[in-house]
Design a protein around this ligand. Structure first.
Ligand code: ATP
Ligand code: MG
Length: 392
């Protein structure tokens, strides 16, 4: 059989498919080159979904008459289904051209199977309004285009799989780090508890009252620490499976923040806290959970921005939400880590020696989300956490 397509056309088709990173750009280029070689009014690409059943429209473009048909790619659906059924090129041309009607109402349809690695993955449909019929050369050109399109979609599927794998990989790495951190975190208080209780139990030594109390206080504090740690871990596991229960009640946010500040001040006497509050609004919230957020933010500020003052401001300038900013003027968080600090187990590696599990902010975010709010961090002259909570 005589070859009709010349090699430069094939090269044009493939070039962008191979080089373009974005599949849509690659398709745009390809379809523009296709249009130079072959007349059509509309083009649609259907991709078979993961269940292998129905085909969904993945791309549509109108270039000729009836431009608005782009939005409505239904014209190609039937022929796409026929191609999927028959697994071959299908034509649908008017039997007898209707001379009385407008030419445009005669649709010349053709559907090409898209195959990747020997498997049918979708259909390329073309339409010409009012003809003419497709020639042998048209079909050859479109067949080649269909091959390139199938390649582009296979590449897209691969890119998506790679992106998913990267997420899983990151999670696994965090999981590994977590096991290492957590065993260290659990061992430290346990070591203290074991050490001091063994010492107290020694029969060959008598301890005076003051020393006994001192040792018992350490055991007591370390037990609290251990309990808190275990609660955080359980909480984060519960949050992962989304079973956190909320007890919503009307509450005054400024009063809640003031309570937390009082508690924090008792623990860190020298901590400078400024609370510039101009909101007496009532919101619907779970007060224990919301307090937990501010406690977490304080604990982080004390840990990662030592000696820094903390400025909390609230404003309800908008009518639909209240915004709280919690700012320290510590070293801040570098750009590359900022997007991840709310991830479960994520810790910035810039603070060697600071204990933690990477759960605090993850828990904060989940609590805020349960309130239909938002939380994010910004870093400029320190770290600011911004929280938005809906007023309704
Ligand atoms: P945990 O809170 O579970 O004990 P953690 O404090 O490491 O552990 P998060 O509270 O989730 O975990 O914080 C995640 C990371 O974000 C921290 O490890 C820290 O590196 C960084 N970070 C959080 N708050 C600040 C802050 N105010 N300034 C600088 N870095 C911060
Ligand atoms: Mg923390």
């Amino acid at each position: 059989m005589k070859k009709i397509i010349d090699i430069s056309l094939g090269y044009n088709f493939w070039r962008n498919a191979v080089y373009e990173k974005d599949w849509k750009d690659a398709l745009d280029f390809l379809i523009t080159s296709l249009r130079d070689e072959l007349v059509f009014d509309n083009l649609a690409i259907y991709i078979i979904d993961k269940n292998g059943e129905t085909s969904e429209i993945a791309y549509a473009r109108a270039v000729g008459r009836e431009k608005d048909a782009e939005a409505d790619a239904n014209w190609g659906e039937e022929i796409a289904n026929q191609v999927i059924e028959q697994d071959e090129i299908v034509f649908d041309t008017p039997q007898v051209p209707n001379k009385n009607k407008k030419r445009i109402s005669d649709t010349y349809l053709v559907g090409f199977p898209l195959r990747a690695s020997g498997k049918l993955i979708g259909v390329l449909s073309l339409v010409r309004f009012g003809g003419p019929e497709y020639t042998r050369k048209d079909i050859d050109i479109a067949t080649l285009a269909a091959e390139v399109i199938a390649y582009i979609f296979e590449k897209r599927a691969l890119q998506e799989s790679i992106a998913e794998l990267e997420i899983v990989q990151r999670q696994m790495r965090l999981q590994d780090d977590f096991v290492a951190t957590i065993s260290h975190e659990l061992r430290t208080p346990l070591g203290f508890i074991k050490g001091y209780s063994t010492t107290l139990l020694r029969e060959d030594t008598e301890w005076d009252e003051k020393t006994r109390r001192e040792f018992l206080t350490i055991i007591d504090e370390e037990t609290d620490h251990l309990t808190e740690l275990i609660e955080n871990i359980l909480e984060s596991a519960r949050l992962e499976s989304k079973t956190m229960e909320m007890n919503f009640q009307p509450l005054r946010l400024d009063a809640l923040i003031r309570d937390v500040i009082t508690r924090v001040k008792a623990r860190y006497e020298n901590l400078e806290i400024f609370f510039d509050n101009d909101c007496g609004q009532i919101i619907q919230g779970d007060s224990t959970r919301l307090a937990q957020i501010f406690e977490n933010l304080f604990s982080n500020a004390v840990k990662y921005a030592p000696d820094s003052k903390i400025v909390i401001s609230t404003s309800a300038k908008k009518t639909d939400y209240v915004q709280i900013t919690f700012a320290d003027s510590g070293a801040g968080i570098s750009k590359e880590h900022l997007p991840f600090i709310f991830d479960r187990f994520y810790r910035v590696p810039d603070h060697p020696g600071k204990a933690g599990t990477g759960l605090g902010l993850f828990i904060c975010k989940r609590i805020i989300e349960a309130h239909r709010g938002k939380i994010w961090a910004e870093s400029k002259n320190g770290t600011s956490f911004i929280i938005q909570l809906p007023l309704q």
